[in-house]
Ligand binder design. Structure first.
Ligand code: NAD
Ligand code: MG
Length: 390
């Protein structure tokens, strides 16, 4: 690739699991990429080290109180720095070919939208922004000609096998779910699980929030909603199948009965590499899949009684309107409280369910309504958390 000019990229959420995997691929393909901007929320030292290593133009820390520490850490370099929400947006707005959107939670929505609005190609890891503002987000992407490349492994798999020229030939999308660390447990066994047990995912190494979401299966619920917005299918054309080995990353079933799948070792660097190199392919240093060594691929129906979060997400998708916003916001608050030891594992679904039961908001017509609803649902969920914590 030496005589091709490097692709310029910015990474929102550079210090997280997806952000670091992205930088690992860039590190191993230095000539192919130029890193323009990196952002983090609090990890200033790590951010500064990465900014220097990749010789970026602009480094941003979300927490405004960390500005002077970042400035100090970058003194003597030519790297500009910033802090706070406006600077995160500025990082997204800086000219680059591709933006990796890897901030966790609905906090990723505003900066990712800023990149969408300048028509950048978006490698989209942040699923929460599609869950809470899918219609508006995809409309903005269309209006600004911003290409959205899904990074979430399931959606990346579907993207690779979906016939976008003949969407009517697609019968359904089959999302595979590992089921997380507790998929074969039932009922009461889940009551006393600890945050350490919940974030110990059997196949994937991920950030803490999505790891808890995998354990509750809310992650698959969020992914159902994500798939609904990314692909031209109806809600009832998306199905979830538990596949504990995480080798088949998802499938598309066609009218003639053909089922196309994408397979690979469970390593996020494959879908990230796909998005970074699109429409080409690049080398990724991942374990190559050995089918003989993975001969036992198993499949099962999801158990909605043991994992009510998945059911709540399915209901939210079918209900539409503001339900997915409430689902997502209440889940973010409940997961944070679980990780902080304030509530139990099963309280996560109770908080989300009560928040949904209490809300009667109509479909948001604008992004400011999305943020208003998101805040309102967070307040309601916080009150529910405090009630559960007593
Ligand atoms: P993570 O917690 O490891 O990293 C999150 C990144 O976002 C960090 O750089 C952090 O500094 C930054 N951040 C956190 N809160 C922020 C805020 N309020 N404002 C600005 N920046 C903030 O998360 P992750 O596991 O890398 O996941 C990132 C996103 O990708 C999530 O939406 C997740 O659902 C999605 N995703 C992750 C994986 C995975 O394997 N980790 C797989 C599929 C999808
Ligand atoms: Mg996924």
């Amino acid at each position: 690739m030496s005589n091709v000019s490097p692709k310029s990229i910015s990474i929102l959420g550079a210090t997280g699991s997806v952000g670091l995997s992205t930088l690992d691929l860039v590190r191993k393909n230095r000539d192919a990429f130029k890193v323009v901007a990196l952002t983090a929320n609090n990890s200033v030292e790590e951010l500064a080290t990465l900014a220097i290593e990749f010789d970026v133009e602009f480094a941003v820390v979300g927490n405004a109180e960390q500005y002077s520490t970042l400035k100090q850490a970058l003194s003597g370099t030519n790297i500009a720095c910033g802090a706070g929400q406006a600077a995160l947006i500025e990082a997204a707005e800086r000219s680059s070919d591709l933006v990796m959107a890897a901030i966790v939670g609905s906090a990723g929505l505003t900066p990712t939208l800023a990149a969408v609005q300048r028509g950048a190609t978006i490698a989209l890891a942040n699923k929460e922004c599609l869950v809470c503002a899918g219609d508006l987000f995809m409309k903005e992407a269309d209006a600004n000609n911003a290409k959205i490349l899904p990074v979430d492994s399931e959606h990346n798999a579907i993207f690779q096998v979906f016939d976008f020229d003949r969407p009517a030939s697609v019968e359904k999308i089959i999302l595979t779910a590992s089921g997380g660390p507790f998929w074969n447990r039932r009922g009461d066994c889940l009551k006393n699980v600890t945050p350490e047990e919940a974030i110990a995912h059997p196949n994937w190494s991920m950030g803490p929030k999505i790891s808890v979401d995998s354990a509750t299966m809310m992650n698959k619920g969020l992914e159902l909603i994500e798939a609904f917005h990314l692909f031209p299918v109806a809600a009832d054309q998306i199905e979830v199948v538990v596949h504990p080995q995480s080798i088949i990353h998802s499938m598309v079933q066609y009218a003639d009965g053909s089922v196309l799948a994408q397979l690979g070792s469970p390593d996020m660097r494959t879908p990230i590499a796909y998005a970074l190199a699109w429409p080409n392919r690049m080398n990724a240093p991942v374990d190559r899949l050995s089918l003989p060594k993975n001969a036992d691929l198993t499949f099962a129906e999801p158990d909605l009684d043991t994992f009510p979060c998945l059911d709540l997400a399915m209901q939210s998708l079918h209900h539409g309107g503001a339900a997915p916003i409430v689902l997502n916001a209440a889940n973010e608050i409940a997961v944070e409280a679980f990780l902080a030891g304030q509530i139990g594992f099963m309280d996560i679904s109770s908080v989300v369910k009560s928040a949904l039961d209490k809300s009667d908001m109509k479909a948001p017509q604008s992004l400011s309504m999305v943020f208003e609803y998101d805040m309102e649902a967070r307040r309601a969920a916080q009150a529910l958390v405090e009630h559960h914590a007593q």
